[in-house]
Design a protein around this ligand. Structure first.
Ligand code: ZN
Length: 316
């Protein structure tokens, strides 16, 4: 079971006795209710504080848009009349802005719902919110499980819009290939300025979580979850650049021998590639415009056991 966290968006906490601790399934869903009344988060908290009510949500959103926690995400709330759903879901209940009819909610409450849903999906690695009117979707509602009007026509009519808004924010924009090892940073500004490196991002395939026009890229291994910022301007494609400092691990007349070494280098965590020229298949692990970068990679290759690696200075 993963480590559970709670949303940083909460401004009020009133833990309800109506829950099972811990939940018995990982979080993979979101369930949205309406409160069937106009309420503050304090009102909702007082209601669920009564054990006789035998009901709760994980989070409540008041008519003014403020967000409260009633059942920690580690625990199963009693929200949807379905243990199978509630053990898998983070359950959110919204105050209405008026009673009866469409059971509307305020713009402030709606905006908080979108923000909270994005936050829940990101922290729990829910890759995409989808709703098909059945309990199979990652977005569910109360009336799927029992005879109720909840979540009301207003919210139900916006379930597809909620999916669209949330997915626009959590889905990544494509793949990113990192050709060379680069330092990873906590912010785009640090990445571009080369300040406060936090980690080293190894060559390989990533998703783009975010990017700036100045060339900073937030790359991630987990779709929809933020990773580290790198300076994408330094990510020089060794096969398509004016780089001149090549790190060569070996050279062979037989292609099969070169491919075998390429696999060993890749298995050691380097992004090796083959270059075929002058009847030789060369196995190279990097190509740089800055010599110091090539030397750093050379040192790592040698300490990984590739003692014959060397820097080949050439021109394009
Ligand atoms: Zn409900």
């Amino acid at each position: 079971m993963s480590n559970f966290t709670n949303s940083p968006l909460i401004v009020h906490t009133r833990i309800s006795p109506n829950r099972n601790s811990p939940r018995n399934q990982p979080i993979s869903k979101l369930t949205v209710h309406h409160f069937a009344g106009v309420a503050t988060i304090e009102n909702i908290g007082n209601w669920f504080a009564q054990s006789s009510v035998r009901a709760s949500y994980n989070y409540g959103i008041g008519n003014d848009g403020r967000v409260a926690l009633y059942v920690p995400e580690s625990d199963r709330c009693w929200g949807s009349s379905s243990p199978a759903n509630d053990n898998r879901a983070v359950v959110i209940g919204l105050s209405n802005s008026a009673t009866g009819g469409q059971w509307p909610v305020s713009n402030a409450a709606w905006n908080s719902l979108v923000r909270l849903a994005v936050d829940i999906c990101r922290r729990n690695n829910i890759p995409r919110l989808w709703f098909d009117g059945t309990p199979n979707g990652s977005l569910t509602h109360h009336a799927m499980f029992t005879n109720t009007l909840c979540p009301g026509p207003f919210l139900l009519n916006r379930f597809n819009l909620l999916c669209k808004e949330v997915n626009r924010q959590i889905e990544t924009t494509g793949e990113y290939i990192l050709f060379v090892a680069l330092p990873g940073y906590n912010s785009s500004a640090d990445a571009l300025a080369g300040r406060n490196p936090r980690t080293t991002k190894q060559p390989g395939r990533y998703y783009v979580f975010n990017s700036t026009t100045a060339g900073a890229v937030n790359i991630t291994r987990v779709r929809g979850v933020p990773g580290s910022w790198i300076n994408g301007n330094l990510n020089i494609d060794p096969g398509n650049s004016a780089a001149v400092f090549r790190v060569q691990v070996g050279a062979f007349r037989e292609r099969a021998n070169a491919e075998a070494l390429q696999i060993r280098v890749r298995n050691a965590g380097f992004d090796a590639f083959l270059v075929n020229d002058n009847d030789l298949f060369r196995v190279q692990a990097g190509s740089f415009s800055v010599r110091a970068n090539a030397e750093a990679l050379l040192a790592r290759l040698r300490s990984a056991g590739f003692n014959d690696a060397f820097i080949n200075v050439g021109h394009h």
